[in-house]
Design a protein around this ligand. Sequence first.
Ligand code: NAD
Length: 471
Amino acid sequence: MRHYVGGGFDASGVPFPLVDPVTGRVVGEVPEASRELVDRAVGAARAALRGPWAAWSPEERARLLRRIADGIERRAEEFTAAECADTGKPHALASTVDIPRAVANFRAYADLLAGRHERAWNTPTPDGRGALNYTVHKPLGVVAVISPWNLPLLLLTWKVAPALATGNTVVAKPSELTPGTACLLAEVIDEAGVPAGVFNLVHGRGADAAGQWLTEHPDVDAVAFTGESRTGTTIMRAAAARLAPVSFELGGKNAGLVFADADLDEAVAGTLRSSFTHSGQVCLCTERVYVERPVFDAFAAALAAGAKALTGYGPMISAAHRDKVRGHLARAAADGRVLAGGGVPDFGDARDGGFWIEPTVLTGLPEDHPAVRDEIFGPVVHLAPFDTEEEALALANAGPYGLAATVWTGDVRRAHRVAPALDVGIAWVNTWNLRDLRTPFGGVKASGIGREGGDHSLDFFSEPMNVCVKL
Ligand code: NAD
């Protein structure tokens, strides 16, 4: 594993161990960036803003993004292997979702850049000669990108692509648990011919390490962060000291609503996906499902059967995270009912040393129970019945988070009534995680600040400036 700073690769720093979540074994080490290296990365990014990069036209930047996309695509199998090694996620998931989406992220922002235009206004003046107002978009400057372990390449590139598209320079810090694909990305970006210092990568932990040093750095102009809400609070405090803008994609406790008029087979299949994809370690995963009472028993039985039949899922990312999920399960089993899972699979091989949890369906817990209220971020879903649409909305909208929700209904009027009334950034009706990269993506309440996707990211990463010319 190497850092990439000022156009050069660097393996300096005290190493920390890299653990394979599938077996729990140490499989490598990662060099922890020193404060001096973080300073050097920020310095290189600052210097690059004044270098040849400043003169690159949007078309040249779009071509760069396409070369990066092509580079990832050419080495897709290597990227997939690195993503699976770091996260333990199934090959079928990484090869069809994570890696193709990283390619798509760069291509989407190359396309969006081509369609972007400046605005202009003809302004009347008393002397009749008028004035011309026009807006130019400038880069924010040096941007810190801090990303989590669950979708390491997808979420890193989701920020790096628009940041580079708009002419910024970047210092990226991936999660210390999943550095592999970020290293490959640095190689691809280097080969794509980006000027030295435009993209920099430093490895390290968050608190009292590279993450904190970056977010507190006086020469970092903005912070784009995806991770836990609690970390967001810490980062916002650091950025507030110098009034640096932040873009935050944070935690969630996403609700699903299943109405009696829904296609029940579709709702069950959709909820199995939305609750158990990547073993529940996707920020958009559904952790609590409210089911209209007449179909509650049928839905619960089918979902439990489906969860028991799931195979080919991956482990939790770390021993600490596994222990957190198991803590929730122990309390939930004591206070409610376990309809499926709840334990640790017994493989009888090296995987028994890894961080596995069975897909779990719970019911019978009160709404203020920690397993229903707190983000678990594991393969755990709680089911509860509801009687009216109003009650369903109130249940879904309760709590501190507001990232995503799913609604399962066969009534088109209800779909349009319920979905917009949900206090979330993203609502899916009769589907889950169907993405169009031009649409706004993000959360309300403790789930985030700002929106990513399409023009929203391009707007965050650029500073609009108005020029007024008296004619
Ligand atoms: P995390 O907050 O622990 O870590 C995320 C990143 O922040 C890592 O790179 C970490 O090293 C860094 N970090 C940690 N403490 C820091 C500090 N004090 N200063 C600066 N950087 C620091 O989150 P995680 O456990 O890696 O990811 C899981 C969380 O991310 C879940 O809450 C999940 O919901 C959320 N998430 C949200 C979205 C979204 O789009 N809303 C997407 C994916 C994950």
